[in-house]
Write a protein that binds this ligand. Structure first.
Ligand SMILES: Nc1nc2ncc(COP(=O)(O)OP(=O)(O)O)nc2c(=O)[nH]1
Length: 276
């Protein structure tokens, strides 16, 4: 995976910059580009490897954002970060026009929770030449948590990702630009999320770099009983589990703490490899 090998270590830490008024854990804090830049700068100083900029909340119950509003939210933030900081930017969007504009502004990855399923998104992603993270979800944010059901959640998530990867390669997106994401919290119960976390090695074994985003989500609250503002320890623990199970990137809000966890995982892995 060129973009990951060239620009970032593995496992890498991706800091979340939600340029939205309504994201579930930090909505409104970074919709102002100056605040978003300050947050990105603090993340870089804390050792982050990526920043993920998004202009549309995809939390359960979220409504889609009009195109121009999404552009107005993310473009100034991408421009500022690209101008002021030396950190690869991924763009969290499903809109082809936003993908194209983000590529023009200097992003390094498209992070699409809808796996390029919107009209024009495959062509846009292909034309940008960028890495693309595809993600499993069941339903749309507005209703995905109403009653998620699977006969076998791991097999169904793997089946979707494998099918989508094959479709995208057939559409001209080279396989070495793809990343897999099981989509924690996207149409999953707590039990479904825990099965996917415990069996993350099976997703890593498919051969694509795996991105895992569990930070502050309801699965953390469901296990720990903590409210969203107290979920940092549980989030770092979940990210550490994912990294130890082979995740290439963990997508988090609490960067400093997760960077320390990533450094521990990398150090032990490097030392351990010396022993053999
Ligand atoms: N690849 C990927 N992208 C994602 N984007 C948003 C969220 C939702 O979390 P957050 O951005 O913190 O909240 P909101 O969607 O409310 O902005 N989760 C993922 C994820 O798990 N994987």
């Amino acid at each position: 995976m060129t973009i990951l090998s060239e620009k970032t270590p593995s496992p890498a830490v991706m800091g979340v910059i939600n340029a939205t008024p309504d994201s579930f854990s930090d909505g409104g804090r970074f919709i102002d580009p100056d605040n978003a830049l300050s947050q990105a700068r603090a993340m870089v100083e804390a050792g982050v490897d990526w920043v993920d900029v998004g202009g549309e909340s995809t939390r359960p119950g979220a409504k889609p954002v009009p195109l121009q509003e999404e552009l107005d939210r993310v473009c100034p933030v991408i421009e500022a970060i690209h101008r002021e900081l030396d950190v690869p930017i991924s763009l969290d969007t499903s809109a082809p026009e936003v993908m194209r504009e983000g590529a023009r502004l200097g992003i390094s990855m498209i992070n699409d929770v809808r796996s390029l399923e919107r009209e024009g998104a495959v062509a846009a992603a292909r034309d940008t030449g960028l890495a693309v993270c595809i993600m499993h979800r069941q339903g749309e944010p507005e209703t995905m948590q109403d009653r998620p059901e699977y006969s076998n959640v791991l097999e169904e998530v793997l089946g979707y990702l494998d099918r989508r990867a094959a479709e995208l390669q057939a559409a001209g997106i080279p396989g070495d630009r793809l990343l897999y994401d099981p989509g924690f919290g996207f149409g999953k119960t707590l039990e479904h999320n825990l099965v996917l976390l415990e069996n993350l090695e099976a997703i890593v074994a498919r051969g694509w770099p795996v991105l895992a985003g569990m930070s502050r989500k309801s699965m953390i609250g469901g296990v720990t009983g903590r409210p969203v503002e107290e979920r940092m320890p549980g989030s770092v623990a979940a990210a550490t589990m994912a990294m130890m199970k082979g995740a290439a990137i963990v997508r988090v809000h609490d960067v400093k703490e997760t960077v320390d966890a990533a450094r521990m995982v990398r150090a032990a892995r490097e030392q351990g490899s010396l022993r053999e």
